[in-house]
Write a protein that binds this ligand. Structure first.
Ligand code: GLN
Length: 182
């Protein structure tokens, strides 16, 4: 998975990383771009010197059933100047469903953003990362939530639509049309 994320990032291949897929893209970026060779998630390496993905602090380590962050939660867009905000039609926020125990380490956001990754969607506290993007890439999007849970035939999730549009070379035209109010 890390190699797939790296390949997509370096070769301008459209990428939509969901949940673990977003966490993987953060690990890959930390290793390749920040040069933190041992960067990892505590899920895979509890002793990593560079934990870029960590167990959510409010979860219980001993009661498995209750540790998961589940169900519909709100993501606030930090900017409208990003692909995912445009795909969600410039909404202030989006409610999507969740199913995870680990999250991007809030302590690492500054250094990751300085190196170019942008966390354009966050929860209401601002400390939980929900959407990342890589500016300049045709479509490199990671989401902590699961857009597939609310996606329906004939009414696809904005982010799946974006992935297909990017893969078929139609994303820019689509976003341009939408911005022009068509
Ligand atoms: N649904 C997932 O991909 C889970 C990702 C990861 N294992 C977590 O709990 O955060």
């Amino acid at each position: 998975m890390i190699l797939a994320a790296k390949y997509a990032r370096e070769n301008n291949v459209p990428y939509l990383g969901i949940c673990l897929g977003m966490q993987i893209s953060v690990i890959e970026y930390a290793r390749s771009v920040l040069g933190l060779d041992k960067a990892n998630s505590n899920e895979f390496d509890p002793a990593t010197p560079n934990p870029v993905v960590i167990f959510m602090p409010e979860g219980s380590r001993t009661h498995m059933g209750s540790t998961m962050r589940l169900g519909s939660r709100r993501t606030l867009f930090q900017t409208h100047d990003c692909v995912s905000s445009k795909l969600y039609r410039n909404s202030e926020y989006v409610d999507e469903r969740h199913r995870h125990r680990y999250e991007v380490n809030p302590e690492m956001i500054g250094i990751l953003e300085e190196a170019g990754l942008q966390f354009v969607g966050r929860d209401e506290t601002g400390r939980r990362m929900e959407i990342l993007e890589l500016p300049g890439h045709p479509y490199y999007v990671g989401v902590q939530f699961h857009p597939e849970f609310k996606s329906r035939p004939g009414r696809p999730s904005a982010l799946f639509l974006g992935l297909i549009l990017a893969a078929t070379g139609q994303l820019e035209a689509y976003l341009g049309h939408y911005q022009n109010g068509i």
